[in-house]
Design a protein around this ligand. Structure first.
Ligand code: GLY
Ligand code: MN
Ligand code: MN
Length: 441
């Protein structure tokens, strides 16, 4: 994608934001701070998702201001050029070049922020910014209080504050063609990583060794890295939903659950597969697996424009609950299991979430009436039912310590949906065939 296209897309996003906010509102969006890991070593830098959506400006210490209304005048504050520092840390864009490279109307040295912000704020009645970043919230307050102190000199501070996260969340929820292209690539690389990991799985290897296969594929394909900490969970570890320890040795006869995906150009994929360490499902594993798979199919059938976002969860739960009854893991009637939510002992999370720049992406789940919102074209979400049968008392021995999840990424389209992550084997037959293939060659 050419620089000009990206610049044009970001400018259009800023215009849309300004139009949504109107003439009275000043929007201020900081990027993420660089965070210290220890001594003089930083964590790898990752920009703020909102900020990057509006600018694609990659450096830390930057703030975007967008003046609401038709003009959508946008101002970038960024680090100054500094040959000495650039020798150590790499090139900086600097304010002068930022105008041309990023298509903003004005750019200033970040050191000017404390002086310029009160001047800008004085012109607006509403100050809008993504709230909840503690140090940033405080900084806004300092400016605001300083302005209140100057009221007698005729300076007026904005009268109200608006959390911009909701507005930006709604914008980001619908992905454009360029975003979908990045998400397809993130999904493709992540699918390759899962294939590679399945191939490398053997009893006796460690979870971390399989994690290394995933990371290898992400990086060798040029992805930034994992979009979230990789879960590589053998046997009972799969029943810990956010297991990221990845230290155990894989055992013959266990299943392996892998939940891992990469970030490509700022966009995440999110894939889970569960497969036998030795390449063959046991009968009880297969029984549970087929229920989760059927549950996912039922959920996928509910994904198209106009369906409520709750419909696919409900469809998944109905199949899981019936399956738990059939296997004797729940008792009573289907209605009772659904009514009492008895299934939650074995299925305690939702069936999916929005996906985009963040793995759990932004955007509301409810409509204006407080009902689950309707799906629209260009939304991207995950479909990830699972069953987690811990080792507790009262569970048939054959199923104990088994965790299964199947997760795919789906784009909502006018005529149904597009599964981005279908390249990874999913049926029992596909998985066993792929694993047998890799074991004989
Ligand atoms: N990997 C996080 C999730 O599946 O929601
Ligand atoms: Mn997910
Ligand atoms: Mn996941």
């Amino acid at each position: 994608m050419t620089q000009r296209t990206a610049v044009g897309i970001c400018r259009a996003r800023r215009r849309r934001l300004a139009a949504l906010l109107g003439d009275d509102t000043l929007a201020v969006v900081p990027t993420a701070p660089q965070r210290l890991r220890n001594a003089d070593t930083d964590y790898p830098y990752r920009w703020d998702s909102h900020f990057h959506y509006l600018t694609e400006f990659p450096e830390p210490d930057a703030v975007l201001v967008v003046c609401g209304g038709k003009k959508a005048h946008s101002i970038l504050f960024c680090r100054p050029c500094d040959p000495e520092r650039e020798r150590w840390e790499g090139p900086r864009c600097g304010a002068e070049r930022a105008i041309e490279r990023y298509g903003v109307d004005e750019a200033w040295d970040i050191a000017e922020l404390d002086r310029k912000m009160p001047e800008l704020m004085a012109e607006y009645r509403v100050l809008a910014s993504p709230m909840g970043q503690e140090s940033w919230d405080q900084r806004l307050q300092v400016w605001w209080h300083a302005m209140r102190g100057q009221a007698r000199r005729g300076i007026r501070a904005p009268e109200s504050w608006l959390d911009l996260a909701d507005c930006l969340g709604e914008m980001r929820l619908i992905k454009d063609a360029r975003e979908l292209q990045s998400m397809r690539r993130a999904a493709d690389i992540s699918a390759r990583a899962h294939l590679r990991a399945m191939k490398a799985t053997r009893a006796g290897r460690h979870e971390f060794a399989i994690e290394a296969e995933l990371l290898h594929e992400f990086r060798v394909q040029g992805a930034a890295g994992p979009a979230y900490p990789s879960i590589v969970a053998g046997g009972e570890n799969a029943c810990i939903l956010h297991y990221v320890d990845n230290q155990a040795r894989l055992r013959d006869g266990d299943l392996l659950l892998i939940d891992a995906a990469c970030e490509w150009r700022g966009y995440a994929a999110d894939i889970t597969r569960t497969f036998p360490v030795n390449g063959r499902f046991s009968a009880p594993q297969r029984d549970l697996y087929e229920i989760v798979l059927a549950s996912q199919s039922a959920a996928l059938a509910q994904i198209r424009v106009g369906k409520r976002v709750s419909a696919y969860h409900d469809a998944a739960v109905a199949v899981l609950a019936q399956g738990l009854l059939d296997l004797g893991l729940c008792s009573g009637t289907l209605d009772e299991v659904l009514e009492t939510q008895a299934y939650r002992r074995f299925y305690m999370h939702r069936t999916g979430h929005w996906l985009g720049r963040d793995v759990h992406d932004v955007g509301r789940y409810l409509d204006a009436q407080g009902k689950p919102r309707k799906l629209e074209s260009g939304m991207v979400l995950t479909v990830e039912p699972g069953l987690y049968i811990g080792s507790e008392e009262g569970v048939p021995a054959a199923f104990r310590g088994t965790g299964i999840r199947i997760e795919d990424d789906v784009v909502v389209g006018d005529k149904g949906h597009e599964v981005l992550t279908g390249a990874v084997p999913k049926t029992v037959e596909e998985i066993e065939a792929w694993m047998a293939d890799t074991r004989h060659h």
